[in-house]
Design a protein around this ligand. Structure first.
Ligand code: F0G
Length: 457
């Protein structure tokens, strides 16, 4: 069969409404051209993020009703822990309210000023949490991963030569851990291969350095290994995931992605001493260790969601749906990142809007144009998000590409919603010379994308 239909049927629906062109114009101006500032009800198709936006299954909704809201020792906590142990094989499981809380707790405990944490690519909250400790977050992505067009199957791989050089130079004293983001969100949702994970693990372990995963999208990564890496085609995704985790010493995870949940996350570790230290900080910042800032019902939804996120018919449909949007956008004249990632399609805006210079944020301008034309919300992953001016030194940290990410929420949209996105692109394409560049009128000191404000030039 060529068609892979949704492996579920729809039991509850949430109406969506397209505002009039005049209303959309008013809303985008009120939002200061930053789509994070729009109200969700003013958005028609919301591809801002795949994080926390999943549709729950009837099984998860049933689990929510079985929340045991005891302060300590909730039944759902034990289900949560058993599920994560079964999937990851790690010994100590610590619940948190979302991924960045896990990063804060772990890096506050693990790092000291002057440390270095290498990764394939750090996600921006991870980077910010490492830098907050006075440490350096270093990206060691392979060259293919930096190329928009390369069809290399594992563009999320770590550059092992660079890693070897780094650990030889600085050793365990300066590098307490290396991380791998699977899949690599900031690099296009691209997977890392088992071979690469295994080698990175060996290099780090030889120097007594821990390997930790940023495991938000580990199931999508395992799916790609099954489809693309020799020797894995007949293995279950679950056993591939377990093998991936076997090379690491722990992970942080936002369950808002492959945990198919609306909130939550965890830290998983083998090191008992580190886990105890993290747990003690958890009590201070998040809550008692058997709930970690979550309700019992949330823990239950995550336990059930994690299992559903490993189901193979779901993953086949999921990754195929993302690729479907990639093909549609190609048909209407764009060149999305090749190959498409696990959770999103990434489009390079500079080439599409060549009349807008980089300093006028072409990718952000494209997100504005798509909202104006069809009520679509997408996310800038380029100059507007990542470029940061250091107020003291005046130094500008920029990014190689001006991307727009179209992240697909899990189990939420059908193919006809995506057909509509392609049609909106066709309309924008007809008058793209009219799309205007942007100028920043307010920027925060960290994590610029969420609160930056613009005016049109
Ligand atoms: N790591 C990665 C790779 C992520 O993609 C995210 C979040 C986090 C950590 C932080 O997790 O949001 O639960 O605190 N990514 C979202 C996104 C925001 O849209 O890609 P969180």
């Amino acid at each position: 069969m060529k068609i892979i239909p949704e492996p579920y049927k729809i039991k509850a629906v949430e109406p969506i409404r397209l505002l009039s062109r005049r209303e959309r114009e008013k809303k985008i101006r009120q939002a200061k051209f930053n789509l994070f500032k729009l109200r969700s009800e003013d958005v028609y198709i919301d591809l801002l993020t795949d994080s926390g936006t999943s549709a729950l299954s009837d099984n998860q909704w049933a689990g929510l009703l079985q929340g045991d809201e005891a302060y300590a020792g909730s039944r759902n906590y034990y289900h949560f822990v058993d599920t994560i142990k079964e999937i990851t094989g790690f010994e100590h499981i610590i619940p948190v309210h979302q991924g960045r809380a896990a990063e804060n707790l772990l890096f506050t405990t693990l790092l000291k000023k002057g440390d270095i944490v290498p990764s394939n690519t750090h996600f921006d909250t991870t980077r910010a949490n490492i830098e907050r400790q006075g440490a350096t977050a270093l990206d060691l992505l392979i060259e293919e991963g930096k190329s928009f067009d390369s069809d290399y199957p594992f563009k999320g791989n770590m550059d092992l030569e660079e890693l070897r050089r780094l650990v030889k130079k600085y050793g365990k004293k300066r590098i307490p851990a290396g991380t791998m983001t699977v899949t690599n969100n900031s690099g296009g949702g691209q997977p890392a291969s088992m071979e690469n994970i295994k080698s990175a693990s060996r290099i780090l372990h030889r120097h007594g350095i821990k390997l930790l995963f940023d495991a938000c999208r580990y199931a999508e990564n395992a799916h790609f290994i099954k489809k693309r890496e020799p020797g894995y085609a007949r293995r279950s995704v679950k056993s591939i995931a377990r093998e991936m985790f076997s090379y690491a010493d722990g992970c942080t995870m936002s369950a808002k992605k492959d945990g198919l949940s609306n909130i939550g996350g965890f830290i998983a570790l083998n090191d008992g001493k580190l886990a105890t230290d993290v747990s003690n900080l958890l009590i201070l910042l998040e809550g008692f260790p058997t709930y970690g800032g979550l309700a019992g019902r949330d823990l239950e939804a995550i336990a059930r969601g994690l299992r559903e996120g490993l189901e193979e018919d779901y993953l086949d449909f999921r990754v195929n749906q993302v690729a479907y949007l990639g093909r549609l956008l190609e048909e209407v004249g764009l060149s999305p990142m090749n190959p498409t990632g696990g959770h999103a399609v990434y489009v390079e805006a500079g080439g599409y809007l060549p009349h807008i210079p980089r300093k006028q944020f072409p990718a952000q301008a494209l997100t504005v144009a798509l909202y104006r034309e069809g009520g679509i919300r997408s996310c800038e992953f380029g100059g507007a998000t990542f470029t940061q001016t250091d107020k003291k030194s005046g130094r500008i940290r920029s990014v190689p590409m001006d991307l727009v990410r179209f992240a697909i929420p899990r189990r939420v949209y059908t193919h006809s919603h995506l057909d509509y996105v392609a049609e909106v692109f066709t309309e924008v394409g007809k008058k793209k010379d009219e799309v205007r560049g942007l100028r920043i009128v307010y920027e925060p000191t960290r994590l610029r994308l969420f609160t930056v404000e613009f005016e049109e030039i």
